[in-house]
Design a protein around this ligand. Sequence first.
Ligand code: RP5
Length: 213
Amino acid sequence: MTTAESVQSLIDQLEAEAAMDRPTGETPEIAIIMGSDSDLDVMAGSESGRPGAYDVLTEELGFEEQTDYENPPESRFTFETFVVSAHRTPELMYTYAETAEDRGLDVIIAGAGGKSADLPNMTASIAYPLPVIGVPVQEKSLPSVIGMPQGAPIVAVDAGKSFNAALSAVQILARQHPELRDRLVAYHEGLKQGVGEVSRDLHERGTPGFRSE
Ligand code: RP5
C-alpha cells in the first residue's frame, strides 16, 4: 500500500464507521489522537516515566482500548487511539474530526508538539460541538493549543498533562454515567489516602528515617 493509499484507507474506514450508526455501547466514548507517534509517551504515558491518558483510563477508571470495531472489548467504556497529523495529513484530520460525533465519540483528547501544534485547535473547530481537550506535548506548544479566537472553544491542560486530560474527559462523561462518577470519586479517595499515609510515615519516622526507605 502506498502512503496515499494508507491515509485514504483510514479516511474510508472512518467514513464507513460514521455511516454505520452502531449502538453506543459498541463504540468508544473517548478518542486519544496525536500529531505523531513520537508524542505517544506523553499522550499514553511512558513505560519508564510519567503516566498519561492511557494509564489512567485503563488502570484507574476501567476503560479498555478499542482496536476492532467489529469486536468491541468487554468493558462498557472504551477509547480509541490514532495518529492524525494536522500538517502532514490534513485530509485525515478533517475526516477524523468531522466523523467523530457520528462514530459515537463523546470527547476527544488531542495532543501535538512543536511551536505550531495545530491538531487540537483545528480538531476542536471541525468537531464542534463535540468537546476537545487539548494537550500541548511540549511547553512551546502551549500558545498554539490554547490560542483560539472568541466563539471557537477548546479546553486544554498544561504541557504534557495527558493524564489530567483523561480525567477531565471522564468528568464530562460522568455527568451521564453514575458509575464513572463513582470511579472518579474512588480514584480521588485513593489519592487522599496516599497523602495521609505518607504524611503519617514522614512524621512518625522523622526525616532521616523516611529518607532512608
Ligand atoms: C508535531 O510535530 C507532532 O505532534 C510532534 O510533536 C512533532 C514532531 O513530529 P515527528 O517529526 O516526531 O513526527 O506535529
